[in-house]
Write a protein that binds this ligand. Structure first.
Ligand code: ARG
Length: 270
């Protein structure tokens, strides 16, 4: 009899443990949109944003704090949704994978919407635009993208790893890309390589380009544009509920002028 009771107890315990596991499993697969899944002690549900904070004026460090357009827009979204924003600074290259696996709720990093990325993640509406521009030394012979792509040209190009600047120039240069494109972990590193003569040009988004160039000396941005793009927030394809919520808040913030006001606070009209 005792043995029988013990057996029943054991079965009951296994059943409840596996039920618990099943519950927390489903919480996780919602990529932490439930506060219990993250062990959050505050009342508010957490909204985890993955970014790469070396991309002024969208995200950059001011002392210990990460600030910028994306941060302010994300804060406004979180406030509207009654959620608590948590920003995580990681390599740009790891953002999409981290969002896909549900480690982070969303990726916001001046991220360009591309057809290829749409295969892996869902995007919100676009909240800003960018242009891939070309930085060279002031006395450079390079005057446009055509000089870089010309037959027989040997100019070396620096980019931030896995950004659209990297993707486009690697595609355009084809076989020559292997020897001519150097991928750096941050835009800062790419620009430092340009300043020290290791590369002849850097291809990067126009606003970060402006702030890098004004912080350095002897560099300039070419007048010609390489590619125009839209920035948006990315989400796991499994988390359309969160995407819809965030996108709803974003739409309102665009409609009432909040997003434009935030952008204007960082980017002065020329
Ligand atoms: N717009 C470019 C892209 O999506 C570059 C973004 C880089 N962002 C960053 N926070 N480092 O590929």
């Amino acid at each position: 009899m005792k043995k029988f009771l013990a057996l029943i107890l054991a079965v009951a315990m296994i059943a409840s443990v596996s039920m618990l596991a099943a519950c927390s499993g489903s919480g996780d697969s919602k990529s932490g949109s439930g506060k219990d899944a993250k062990g959050d002690s505050s009342d508010k549900e957490k909204l985890t944003m993955a970014t790469n904070a070396y991309f002024p004026p969208y995200e950059y460090y001011e002392g210990e704090d990460i600030v910028g357009i994306d941060v302010d827009v994300a804060k406004a979204i979180a406030e509207k949704l009654g959620m608590e924003l948590e920003i995580v600074d990681i390599e740009f290259d790891s953002i999409i994978a981290g969002v896909q696996t549900g480690k982070y709720d969303m990726g916001m990093a001046g991220m360009t919407v591309t057809e290829e990325r749409k295969q892996s993640v869902d995007f919100s509406d676009s909240y800003a635009t960018g242009i891939q521009s070309i930085i060279v030394k002031e006395d450079s012979a390079i005057t446009s993208i055509d000089d870089i792509l010309a037959d027989g040209a040997e100019y070396k190009i620096g980019v931030q790893l896995s950004t659209t600047g990297d993707i486009y120039i690697t595609e355009d240069l084809g076989d020559a890309a292997a020897s001519r494109v150097t991928e750096f972990q941050t835009g800062n590193d790419a620009v430092a390589a340009l300043a020290s003569g290791k590369v002849d040009a850097v291809i990067i988004d126009n606003e970060p380009a402006k702030s890098y160039v004004s912080a350095a000396s002897g560099l300039k941005i070419l007048d010609t544009e390489y590619v125009a793009e839209d920035y948006a927030i990315c989400f796991s394809k499994d988390n359309t509920e969160l995407k819809d919520k965030v996108n709803g808040a974003l739409k309102e913030l665009i409609a009432d002028g909040t997003v434009q006001k935030i952008i204007d606070g960082y980017i002065k009209a020329e």
